[in-house]
Design a binder for this molecule. Structure first.
Ligand code: ASP
Length: 336
């Protein structure tokens, strides 16, 4: 029996056409074009249903409400399909993939996000190959995870980051190998896959919250941090240097953070380096953050750190429990 795959088109370059203002999503276009690709109709392929969202968007316009729409759509179709493909713009695909990895609790089926750098409407494009291979992977691999497929690599969604806006090798896995590769043959890296836990599938929505990400830079005015903390914030992701270091010779910086932590702001240390991990004990400049109660993002991407924090806030947990869970491996997003 042919498997059934549900495809949601949320927007993004893959289904865009040129306009006077640059590429824009064009309702109806991707459905029509996919019906004309013979490989997608081949009997060796799964059967697919495509659902175009009412207003397809450029992913720069994504919000937490859009994540909720996608998660609910998957939940509503969960029993009827063997796998799910989310067609999405590349700009914020790593955020959506990370968010969905937390929101889709007890996932037991593949959910693969994909898109392209050049739209299907261009003669030369990476869209056609992405559609064919993603459909094949969703058909063949019983991987119970939220993944991201791009340029021959199937990545864990919450380990990927967009690193290029100029070439087809757009996404890179950070601190974690690809889950499968589709070169001349499809090769899987099964020992790295998550295993399904057989609890009932459910979704946890993510609400907006007063969370900020601050990328430190040498000489940054601490007035900025002071103003920001007066909002008052609930969570602060500090993008630090190297292995989680920050200016420990600036008393205003340390005191502001110390006071915020006392007021239950959750401060997370996430490194600016794409590769490597936070280890606050390595240098005195990191140790001073550890001493005041800053918690570590270890080797998580900034996208995974942010969406994990929002997810835990949405579960209405105590500050202590959020801090504890931030430092646990929930969906393969962190190596401890
Ligand atoms: N701006 C587009 C988007 O994220 C880029 C892309 O799809 O590649 O929707």
């Amino acid at each position: 029996m042919r498997k059934k795959i549900y495809i949601a088109y949320t927007g993004g370059t893959i289904g865009m056409q040129k306009s006077a203002r640059g590429y824009i999503p064009t309702p109806g276009f991707i459905t029509e074009q996919m019906a004309l690709i013979p490989e997608l109709q081949d009997s060796s392929m799964p059967l697919y249903t495509i659902c175009e969202y009412a207003v397809p968007i450029d992913s720069s316009n994504m919000t937490t409400s859009d994540w909720h729409i996608i998660a609910t759509d998957i939940a509503n179709n969960y029993a009827a399909y063997d796998g799910f493909i989310i067609l999405h713009g590349t700009d914020t695909m790593a955020y959506t993939a990370s968010a969905l990895s937390f929101m889709l609790e007890n996932l037991a089926k593949p959910v693969i996000l994909t898109g392209s750098q050049l739209p299907l409407s261009e003669i030369r494009n990476d869209a056609r190959g992405a559609l064919i291979t993603t459909l094949l992977l969703a058909n063949q691999l019983e991987i119970p995870e939220v993944c991201l497929y791009f340029n021959h690599k199937l990545l864990r969604g919450n380990r990927a980051r967009k690193l290029s806006s100029a070439n087809f090798d757009t996404f890179q896995p950070l601190n974690f190998p690809a889950l499968a590769t589709a070169e001349l043959t499809i090769t899987t890296n099964k020992e790295r896959w998550l295993t399904a836990n057989h609890q009932p599938f459910q979704i946890q929505s993510i609400q907006d919250n007063l969370v900020a990400c601050v990328r430190l830079f040498p000489g940054m005015s601490m007035e900025i941090l002071k103003q920001l903390l007066q909002i008052p914030l609930k969570g602060l992701i500090l993008e630090t240097f190297g292995s989680g270091n920050a200016p420990d010779n600036n008393p205003m910086f340390i005191n502001l953070l110390k006071e915020a932590i006392k007021q239950h702001v959750i401060v997370v240390n996430c490194t600016q380096c794409p590769h490597g991990r936070v280890d606050m004990a390595q240098y005195a400049t990191g140790q001073s953050l550890l001493d005041i109660g800053v918690i570590s993002a270890y080797d998580m991407t900034a996208e995974a750190t942010l969406t994990k924090l929002l997810y835990l806030f949405s579960k209405d947990l105590s500050t202590a429990s959020i801090k504890h869970n931030m430092q646990q491996n929930l969906r393969g997003e962190v190596s401890l």
